[in-house]
Design a protein around this ligand. Structure first.
Ligand code: AMP
Length: 477
């Protein structure tokens, strides 16, 4: 074997030793003044990197969502992250926490008020109108996945930049749309191996909600002095949000408060009953939660949330997703009157975390069975081309192009537990050959470099128990 090739690094050693040595002077000068330590910029609070080691689980969630979206014939849409602020004022509602406190709003160089999107349903409705989707066969079923931004207080499962996947169905009133969206959501969790429960409620039409709100406000006014400052504000600005207050006193008061279901008109009641019947039909477990109202102004009729169940079957506090019907949204944005719509969004970070907490791991990426070791730049050049040939043949190859010594490369190959190592030195480059080393037996053979992909392919198939000629499994005799 001709591999005794010593690597001579092409460093600038000689230059350093030259008598002119202006570089050296500069270096001495630098040594005199201690270098100031550069402070590495830190992440903004509530923002995070998703590291390579986490990507497997993220992909699992993304793939799961995409598979279900395709199975239920939803079409993907991507919308900009930055929108005119007005879009969210009109839709999410000025008195909501999101618009009041949590939006990243700034003036752009054209002197326009713009905001990083805090959610994407409003953008989906805008896109539906902008692109004349009202004239396509209805329902128009869209899905998206992407980053949202809310300047909320960061805590476990709550970030300032987070990812949501959303499903929106425009143009159909029928309660089966609400039910099918819920089924679809539950299916995503089931496929991922997560147990969820659905909390559901109806908040009726804006008209019946008005009548209910008058009653709710009257009730809480009697108890105003007991309310926290936060809830006093809610009572004044957005009384519906009192229903999902986290304050213990308010929670107790809610026991005696009027319930929205009693104020639904006949049509709203009928719609809601049908949604529940459909869910019972497909055996989706749900809980009627009269206090579920959701944070945004545009909802009407059905509202729902997906809650993770722990080992004991108890619901966790943080919802993995939620949504509802928003029949008024398209009209609110200047679209056709009475365009019905329904949708929901899932929080990807929370789903990924639930998977991790339960030890649900992504499938392992197939590990390379072949390692390419090279000696010298000529071999590296051939190596680059060979690497591409193996990729085209769908054979993953590991390498350590950055290493020079054969020993170090063989050690790397050993660590990766590959079956075969390809060794290419200067002599082999000149001869047009390459060495294939069987890592288990240590046996080596020299082959024509042009045939190496085919030969390796055959060796690997034989290893996997597939006959390289007939492609059928090898039967042990
Ligand atoms: P929402 O748009 O508020 O209904 O949120 C839908 C889902 O997105 C929630 O159920 C969460 O799973 C997720 N979510 C909302 N806000 C955050 C946040 N600040 N950080 C992480 N996930 C969030």
């Amino acid at each position: 074997m001709c591999l005794n090739i010593t690597y001579r690094p092409m460093t600038a050693k000689k230059k350093d030793e030259s008598p002119k040595a202006p570089v050296k002077k500069a270096a001495e000068k630098v040594e005199e003044e201690p270098k100031k330590k550069v402070k590495t910029p830190e992440l903004l609070r509530g923002f995070r990197d998703i590291l390579p080691e986490d990507q497997g689980r993220w992909n699992m969630v993304r793939d799961g969502i995409r598979n279900i979206a395709e199975a239920y014939t939803f079409d993907r849409i991507d919308m900009p992250i930055l929108e005119r602020t007005d879009l969210f004022h009109k839709t999410v509602g000025k008195a909501t926490d999101i618009v009041e406190k949590e939006m990243y709003t700034f003036t752009d160089p054209s002197n326009r008020s713009v905001s990083l999107r805090p959610e994407a349903t409003a953008s989906a409705a805008r896109a539906y109108i902008n692109h004349g989707m009202l004239d396509r066969p209805q329902p128009v079923k869209l899905w998206y996945i992407g980053q949202m931004f809310r300047h909320d207080r960061p805590q476990a499962g709550r970030y300032r930049q987070f990812n949501q996947a959303g499903f929106e169905s425009f143009g159909v009133h029928e309660p089966i749309v609400d039910a099918q969206l819920i089924v679809l959501g539950v299916q995503i969790f089931k496929d991922l191996g997560l147990d969820v429960k659905v909390d559901i409620n109806s908040i009726g039409t804006p008209e019946c909600r008005q009548a209910y709100l008058a009653e709710l406000v009257a009730y809480f006014r009697q108890h105003r002095s007991k309310l926290s400052d936060e809830d006093k504000k809610r009572l004044q600005k957005n009384p519906l949000r009192l229903l999902d207050s986290k304050d213990d006193v308010t929670k107790e008061l809610l026991d005696g408060a009027p319930q929205i279901l009693d104020w639904l008109d006949e049509k709203s009641k009928e719609h809601f009953m049908k949604v529940l019947e459909f869910l019972e039909e497909v055996e989706i477990p749900f809980t009627l939660n009269p206090y579920l109202v959701r944070g945004l102004d545009y909802y009407s009729h059905t509202v729902f949330e997906f809650l993770l169940l722990d080992d004991k079957g108890e619901k966790s506090q943080n919802a993995l997703g939620g949504g509802g019907r928003y029949d008024g949204l398209v009209e609110l944005l200047g679209g056709r009157e009475e365009t019905p719509a329904c949708g929901f969004a899932l929080g990807i970070e929370r789903i990924v975390r639930a998977l991790s907490d339960r030890g649900i791991d992504p499938p392992q990426r197939p590990q390379p069975q072949v390692f390419f070791a090279q000696l010298g730049d000529a071999a590296r050049r051939v190596g680059l081309n060979l690497y591409e040939s193996f990729r085209q043949a769908n054979i993953p190859v590991a390498e350590a192009f950055g290493k020079n010594a054969l020993k170090a490369q063989l050690e790397a190959a050993d660590k990766l537990n590959v079956q075969l190592t390809l060794i290419l030195g200067q002599k082999e480059v000149l001869d047009g050959t390459i060495i294939i080393r069987d890592m288990e037996s240590g046996a080596q053979e020299i082959v024509d470099v042009k045939k190496v992909v085919q030969i390796v392919e055959k060796k690997l198939r034989r290893e996997e128990g597939v006959d390289p000629v007939t492609q059928s499994p090898v039967v042990e005799k």
